[in-house]
Design a protein around this ligand. Structure first.
Ligand SMILES: [Zn+2]
Length: 696
């Protein structure tokens, strides 16, 4: 049931984070407008640093900070620096995987936007808009919709801009003897025609159409699903499959000496430079990774995964490889990505505190004692600060990751979960004020949301993950609730985890554990409950068509609030100036109701009571009033909220002393264009593209 490891924030927000496996529905939950997973404790002085840098169409661009870096020991800083270089060295692999024409297209637009003098203002403005979207989405396909966006110029406008840029010193990826007109002509359909290669990944191409043919990505060339029947695929995760002119299907493994050889060799060089600075368990994992990059073989990938997951305590870690398979409509080929991060000790302590006391919570669950676990296992996970994310994980970043993906290895060796603290912080700090105020009944509620929103959401999410999902046991003789509860299972399980968090949030135990200060406890509880009630309303904006909720987290939240409205005095539905509000009026009633509902939800799961689950969601979780939705949509649209967020990462600069790194300084570019041009030139300067890819 833990298939998907990744939570991506598509708007301001985060999710069911942290640990134990992000179910597929947890990934979808991240599309919610919910505050951050692991959010910053409120600061004594307001953080006045810039977070929201700019808006590009419906994307927000946000700066991520990594505050703890400066105080890390030199050894760790040096380790991080080499891993950071390894992350940058592979960045172009993902560009090429995503679209065969990506790198040439990027070279063209980067050459123009970095030599803008004398180009007509509206033309350079449009080129900038397009190039920024191209960087954010790693090519001309929108990350949310998988559909292509185009350059809104004429081909001749592009040629004149390129001509002017060339006068300014720009160079272009022309073939020998080719003019700028010729270069543009070759790329005309890619830049200008939305119907040419329209979708990067198409999992529902329609009757009689082929999944692979309908998808524009570069994981397959000329191959159909039929061609792959009986094809002995040796490098599932790390190869491109190509059908030659002779009709023969061949695999091109990604490895040193294979496809992306020069990039992978550069990655390996930087990984090897990192090894002397790594703790022994991590050094072993890095060596295994280098071996895998050399051979590309499945068994070496497994050996690496095992070594990586065994390295549980290193203060620095990296993910570097062909990992997630969402881009492949077959769900087989891994998209390259790299992240480098260090553990945020303070935030991690909080998560581990809950885990260490999992038995206390289990013993105090408001459900029948026969459903309590005699021995609860807390789930451990770490809060981290990321230093760099490239490939499939940046500039659009996950907020939580749980790896490895290999199910057999997960069962045998476990997995590692990380919650990206500083990414969540950046989202939270850049959330538009209107999002908090528009749906709050009073200014006190809005103020509380501003003061405690991030904190209370982080705590609720940690409780959901660490003491929620892992809790409870089945009734005698029942072992597989998901088989009994079928399509209701995920919504029941998510409800259970949410209710555990809501139920224990007001408990004095949280003060005893040092997770909240006694003086702030009431305000934090009110903030969390108010948020939860409001969210049932605000989330309706996501369902612009139809009148039913399909997504499991959304069903769960709708159900809980609907049930509380029907069965308790905790939440009032009020109207003012033609607007609807869900107002949390009684925290004690809220908690009591959550406990009562939790007992029933646990019984449903433990006994696999399908009929009761279905009744619960049919009554409170699935259906809504379309007029209310229309009202919510118009209120949200008036706020002009972005649909997704991308990040600008910190920048590392080493200071050398006699050939050795004497220190590594962190700075913040505060500008997408600066960072993207720097990343692109890093790859060029390192000459990792000395071997032209077939796409170029
Ligand atoms: Zn969950």
């Amino acid at each position: 049931m833990f298939q998907t490891r990744r939570i991506i924030v598509l708007t301001f927000a985060a999710a069911c984070a942290a640990s134990g496996g992000f179910s597929r529905s947890d990934a979808a939950q991240a599309t919610e407008q919910t505050p951050a997973t692991t959010a910053p404790a409120p600061r004594s002085g307001a953080d006045t640093r810039p977070y929201l840098l700019e808006r590009v169409d419906d994307a927000a661009v946000v700066q991520v900070y990594a505050d703890g870096f400066a105080s890390l020991p030199l050894r760790e800083k040096t380790l991080i620096y080499h891993l950071y270089e390894a992350a940058l060295a592979g960045r172009d692999i993902y560009y090429d995987q995503r679209y065969a024409h990506n790198l040439a297209m990027r070279d063209i637009v980067e050459a123009v936007v970095s030599h803008p003098q004398g180009i007509e203002a509206p033309v350079i403005e449009e080129l900038r808009r397009y190039t920024k979207l191209f960087w954010l989405n790693t090519g001309p396909y929108n990350n949310l919709t998988a559909r292509k966006f185009v350059l809104k110029l004429t081909p001749s406008q592009l040629v004149s801009a390129m001509t002017q840029a060339r006068k300014n010193g720009a160079t272009f990826p022309v073939k020998p003897g080719e003019s700028l007109e010729g270069l543009t002509k070759r790329h005309e359909p890619m830049f200008f025609d939305p119907h040419f290669d329209p979708i990067v990944t198409n999992k529902t191409p329609g009757e009689g159409k082929d999944l692979l043919q309908a998808s524009a990505n570069n994981l397959y060339q000329g191959v159909t699903m039929k061609d792959l029947e009986g094809f002995p695929e040796q490098y599932g995760l790390n190869s491109r499959v190509v059908k030659g002119p002779d009709g023969k299907v061949v695999e091109e493994p990604y490895r040193i000496g294979g496809r992306y050889s020069s990039q992978i060799a550069a990655i390996a060089t930087h990984l090897e430079a990192a090894i002397p600075f790594a703790p022994p368990t991590m050094a072993e994992a890095l060596r295994a990774l280098v071996t895998f990059y050399r051979t590309g073989r499945e068994e070496d990938r497994k050996a690496y995964d095992i070594a990586w997951v065994r390295d549980k305590n290193s203060p620095v870690d990296t993910i570097n490889g062909f990992v997630e398979v969402y881009m492949d409509p077959r769900g087989t080929k891994g998209a390259w990505e790299a992240l480098v991060y260090y553990v945020n000790e303070e935030k991690t302590r909080k998560i581990q505190m809950l885990a260490a006391h999992a038995q206390w919570f289990e013993d105090h669950m408001p459900w029948e004692p026969r459903f309590r676990k005699p021995e609860a296992l807390g789930i451990t996970a770490r809060a981290i600060d990321v230093v760099v994310e490239t490939g499939d994980s940046g500039p659009i970043t996950p907020v939580g990751i749980n790896l490895p993906n290999d199910q057999a290895l997960r069962e045998q060796y476990g997995s590692k979960s990380v919650s990206l603290f500083n990414v969540n912080e950046a989202y939270e700090e850049s959330t538009p004020e209107g999002m908090r105020t528009e749906f709050s009944w009073t200014s006190e509620e809005a103020d509380r949301a501003k003061r405690w929103g991030a904190f209370s959401q982080a705590l609720t999410t940690e409780m959901h993950e660490v003491i929620g999902h892992g809790s409870g046991r089945m009734a005698e003789g029942v072992s597989s609730p998901h088989l009994l509860l079928k399509e209701q299972y995920s919504a029941i399980e998510e409800s259970r985890a949410d209710l555990v968090a809501l139920y224990f949030l007001p408990d004095p135990k949280l003060v005893d554990l040092g997770l909240v200060a006694a003086a702030d406890h009431d305000a934090i509880v009110s903030t969390a409950f108010e948020y939860y009630a409001r969210n049932a309303l605000v989330q309706l904006r996501r369902i612009r068509e139809g009148t039913t909720i399909e997504e499991d987290h959304m069903r769960n939240r709708q159900m809980i609030v609907g049930w509380l409205i029907a069965h308790t005095s905790a939440v009032d539905v009020r109207r003012r100036d033609g607007k609807t509000y869900y107002v949390m009026v009684d925290p004690a009633a809220f908690r009591e109701g959550a406990g009562r509902l939790l007992a029933e939800v646990q019984r449903i799961k433990a006994e696999g009571d399908y009929a009761a689950a279905r009744r619960l969601f049919d009554t409170y979780g699935v259906h809504f009033d379309p007029a209310l939705r229309d009202e919510v949509v118009s209120r949200v649209d008036a706020l002009n909220l972005p649909s997704y967020t991308a990040v600008v990462m910190p920048r590392l600069t080493p200071r050398f002393d006699g050939g050795e790194i004497a220190d590594v300084e962190m700075s913040y570019p505060l500008d997408l264009e600066t960072q993207m041009l720097e990343y692109s030139s890093f790859a060029r300067d390192a000459d990792v593209l000395a071997t032209p890819s077939a796409a170029r």
